[in-house]
Design a protein around this ligand. Structure first.
Ligand SMILES: [Zn+2]
Length: 231
């Protein structure tokens, strides 16, 4: 059951085609799993269409249903091939297609995986790994995070907005429990400490605009090395 959804402003920006590519990707992934937001998007498209019909001629603000999504898919298609053919089976990377944690990701994420056939995981802290994705856009970093069962991620705050969607497993923080499909927005300055549930690993898709900052002593050591690298 999905409990956390993008707000209407984000859905409207998505519907109108004015939302940036990286955030559109996460909204599209959520909509593919969330009938409630899919219905809301239809409604927003309908409202936009009615407004336009009763208004003086202006440039179209609201796209036809499915238009934003098809453009998003086209952009993913247009990205250059990134297959790593040098050393396909080494431990330099893992192939998501063979990893059951990716078995139920929504189609838009599956498409992105086709362009990132080998994922390079790097350990950010005990129990937390990150794989950055090549997306062809240069403003925001798109990545997967996987948290080991029961692991507590080091407390961190956000210098830029971070959008996260749970793809597999679940995690919790002081505000609640998040399960597959849940969509979270963290604004700059918010501090939180996610913990994966004990029974399984947790996989999230996230988009960040600026590096996260670990708080406390470890942060003083690690933060200078944290940077976003849109690819
Ligand atoms: Zn929703």
């Amino acid at each position: 059951m999905i409990h956390h959804h993008p707000d209407n402003n984000l859905l409207l920006e998505y519907a109108s085609g004015s939302l940036n590519w990286a955030h559109s990707l996460v909204v599209a992934a959520h909509i593919q799993l969330c009938p409630q937001c899919a219905a809301q998007l239809k409604l927003l498209n309908g409202v936009g269409g009615n407004l336009l019909a009763s208004a003086t001629p202006t440039p179209s603000l609201v796209c036809e249903e499915g238009d934003v999504f098809s453009k998003l898919m086209q952009r993913i298609d247009q990205q250059p091939e990134t297959a790593d053919t040098r050393c396909p089976d080494s431990d330099r990377g893992t192939r998501p297609v063979r990893d059951p944690i990716f078995a139920s990701v929504p189609p838009v994420v599956r498409k992105l995986l086709a362009d990132n056939p080998v994922l390079q995981w790097r350990r950010l802290s005990k129990g937390l790994k990150e794989a950055r994705l090549k997306t062809g856009q240069s403003e925001r970093e798109v990545s997967f995070h996987r948290i080991a069962p029961g692991s507590k991620v080091a407390e961190h705050d956000h210098r830029g907005r971070e959008i996260t969607m749970v793809l597999y497993g679940s995690f919790s923080d002081a505000d609640g429990v998040y399960t597959p499909g849940d969509f979270l927005v963290r604004e700059p300055g918010e501090v939180h400490r996610p913990t994966a549930t004990q029974d399984q690993e947790c996989l999230c898709l996230s988009v960040v605009e600026a590096p996260v900052a670990l708080t406390g002593l470890i942060g003083k050591i690690v933060n200078p090395f944290l940077s976003i690298k849109p690819q």
